[in-house]
Design a protein around this ligand. Structure first.
Ligand SMILES: *[C@@H]1O[C@H](CO)[C@@H](O)[C@H](O)[C@H]1NC(C)=O
Length: 388
């Protein structure tokens, strides 16, 4: 008998005899409110558990020797495709001049109507008018692999390879036959959209759109043949106003667009130079849905522009610009050593959800019990006083 009583003393959940229980109206009300609150709290716990948030982690980019693909699409409204060349250079010493493969040029009128789409050279639509066994001379310039300069474009390329400036095009029989100069003439009032992708080493470098054929000059420096541009730019109203339709480093990630995309600049000065300083940051997006992670690059950019005439900045009276240089649009990019990993995570684990729900239910029930008891005791006391 002694054992039974000692355990009974330990019972923290003292039960009340059935006939001693009292149900009150206020108790009913408190219970209802209590259940309403419990369902609200559990719902919010549930939503919290299902919610996906993004965490960001920074690590040092450990990839080695990778290449990066730059996707571009720029519209130059006031300069014909034939005048533009795109070159890529980086600090490793790699140079890609007058890029043609993978770049599309679209000739447009100044108000944006499409004239023609060409993959590369001016004469792609006009097959050379020569016999099969024709092998044109390269006039002493470095010939292409085939050893022959069969088209005017070949001659221009050979001259560029040798680092020579080209003079009057009609002096070359290929160009004369193709009426190359006339074709150039037809384009003078056009604009140009250049789109495509370039592959570069993941090191600091630059790419630029500048007028005239480019070549490696004596001593290996990069030179543009500005002859033609210099002669007619003012008269033909060529300038480097541009719209950047697309500019990204790597694949497109949903919901991210580069800060340059959709921006445009305009000028009426033919000899004007735009430079964009870009820093790319390798970024990986990881998804909970099992979708493959996206590896790409984000970037930040600052831009600078000046007239090649130099002198005082029209907007900032104390800033003086340097003089000279090449007209064009230059992009100088640098690679950050830090990589950003954006990872989708669940806010809470299932265990966390259970613990949260139990805490909500338990806490509310305890509060309700206390409240109900308080109300009941007060009522009882008031009643006792009245009956006294
Ligand atoms: C370049 O952008 C223009 C304007 O958004 C678009 O019309 C054109 O199709 C794009 N070109 C390519 C090759 O994506």
């Amino acid at each position: 008998m002694g054992k039974g009583t000692s355990f009974r003393r330990l019972d923290a959940f003292a039960k009340v005899a059935e006939d001693a229980r009292i149900r009150t109206t206020s108790g009913g009300l408190v219970t209802l409110i209590c259940f309403a609150l419990i369902s609200i709290l559990i719902t919010s716990e549930f939503l919290d558990w299902r919610r996906i948030t993004e965490t960001t982690e920074l690590v040092v980019d450990k990839t080695r020797g990778e290449r990066m693909t730059i996707h571009l699409n720029l519209t130059f409204a006031h300069i014909p495709c034939s005048m533009l060349s795109l070159d890529v250079m980086d600090v490793s010493g790699e140079t890609q001049i007058d890029l043609k493969h993978e770049m599309k040029k679209r000739r447009e009128t100044r108000d944006g109507k499409v004239v023609a789409i060409e993959t590369a050279s001016l004469n792609s639509e006009a097959a050379p008018l020569q016999a099969d066994d024709y092998c044109g001379p390269c006039y002493g310039a470095t010939p292409p692999e085939s050893g022959c300069c069969n088209t005017c474009e070949d001659v221009r390329d050979a001259y560029a390879r040798s680092g020579w400036a080209i003079g009057d095009l009609n002096a070359f029989e290929q160009c004369e036959k193709e009426h190359y100069k006339d074709k150039l003439g037809q384009q003078v009032n056009e604009g140009c959209t250049i789109a495509g992708s370039i592959h570069v080493n993941k090191v600091q470098g630059n790419f630029h759109f500048a007028p005239g054929k480019s070549f490696s000059g004596q001593g290996g420096q990069h030179v543009h043949d500005l002859n033609e541009f210099g002669k007619s730019a003012r008269e033909k109203q060529w300038d480097f106003s541009h719209t950047i339709n697309e500019m990204r480093f790597g694949d497109r990630a949903d919901g991210y667009s580069g800060p340059l995309e959709g921006t445009s600049k305009s000028t009426t000065d033919s000899f004007y130079n735009y430079v964009y300083f870009i820093k790319t940051v390798a970024t990986r997006w990881e998804f909970l849905s099992g979708k493959e992670a996206i590896e790409t690059n984000q970037y930040s950019v600052t831009g600078h522009e000046r007239s090649l005439a130099g002198g005082l900045d029209p907007n900032e009276p104390h800033h003086v610009h340097s003089r000279g240089g090449i007209p064009g649009v230059f992009f100088s990019y640098d690679i950050s050593p830090i990589k950003v990993i954006n990872r989708q995570v669940r806010n809470k684990t299932f265990g966390g959800f259970l613990v949260g729900s139990c805490a909500a239910v338990g806490g509310l029930l305890a509060m309700a019990t206390m409240l109900d008891r308080g109300v009941w005791e007060t009522q009882k006391r008031l009643k006792d006083k009245k009956t006294l």
